[in-house]
Ligand binder design. Structure first.
Ligand code: ADP
Ligand code: MG
Length: 244
């Protein structure tokens, strides 16, 4: 599936979050990573691609279809994607199982019976079969993020959008969640993620977009971008963050 953006711009009051961002992601790309310094525009870019927000100007198209304007059509667009954003956003008063079931029933209009079976299947696959009845507060950070991932993929989204999926986790849990994302990748899931995990981005992504100050500084094949960045800013960023 291809993704093209043309002159994407998003401004919040006086803050320009994205400015004139055009990217071209070919059909052969399965995993796209967004990297760059904090405040660079990664989350904003993900929200625009996923149809959670509209750009001030510019366009997004996926498979040659342009992101629609109308609220209803935009909702359909959103439903085809799976989202997992930075902070855990599980419902704290619901069990792990119910957290996965609820959007299947309410948003995707799947019968409760089918949703329950689907939720149990995906949670078991993610190693959470013994934790179905626990609420998020009774689970570790890594387990919570695995529930959130299960919820994001339970409706079999075309694209899985992950916004810094491991940034709130300690190292061991980080590894367990990255392993799971890698497994989804190996099973053919298409993924767009923002991350500060440079080793993971380099290994798992096919294509990388580097955003800084709301602008795209570079994009290209992951291995190429990591081995020979074209701009001084990208080179200096990579040297800094990959030093340790
Ligand atoms: N909802 C918002 N309201 C106001 N400013 C925002 C909002 N979202 C993002 N910004 C600003 O836009 C810029 C880009 O932010 P963001 O997309 O979150 O970058 P990143 O994810 O790379 O850290 C930042 O300056 C941020 O403060
Ligand atoms: Mg962000």
């Amino acid at each position: 599936m291809s993704i093209e953006t043309h002159g994407l711009r998003k401004q919040y009051d006086s803050t320009v979050a994205l400015s004139d961002v055009s990217v071209s992601v070919g059909d052969d790309v399965q995993v796209l990573a967004l990297i760059g310094p904090s405040g660079g525009g990664k989350s904003t870019f993900l929200r625009l691609i996923g149809g959670l927000e509209r750009p001030c100007s510019g366009s997004v198209s996926v498979d040659g279809k342009t992101l629609p304007d109308g609220e209803r059509a935009l909702l359909e667009w959103r439903k085809r994607n799976g989202f997992l954003f930075q902070a855990f956003n599980l419902f704290p008063h619901l069990t792990a199982e119910e957290n996965v079931i609820l959007p299947l029933v309410e948003v995707h209009e799947i019968s409760r019976e089918e949703a329950t079976a689907g939720a149990r299947e995906v949670l078991s696959r993610f190693g959470l079969g013994d934790h179905l009845a626990k609420q998020p507060g009774q689970l570790s950070g890594g387990q919570q993020q695995r529930v959130a991932l299960a919820r994001a993929i339970a409706h079999r989204p075309r694209w899985l959008l992950l916004d810094e999926p491991t940034s709130a986790l300690d190292p061991e849990m980080k590894a367990e969640v990255l392993d799971l994302i890698d497994e989804l990748r190996q099973n053919g899931q298409r993924i767009i993620l923002s991350t500060h995990e440079m080793g993971f981005a380099r290994r798992a992504a096919d294509h990388v977009v580097f955003l800084s100050g709301g602008r795209k500084l570079e994009e290209g094949n992951a291995e190429r971008l990591f081995t020979s960045p074209e701009t001084a800013e990208v080179r200096s960023f990579l040297q800094k963050v990959m030093k340790w």
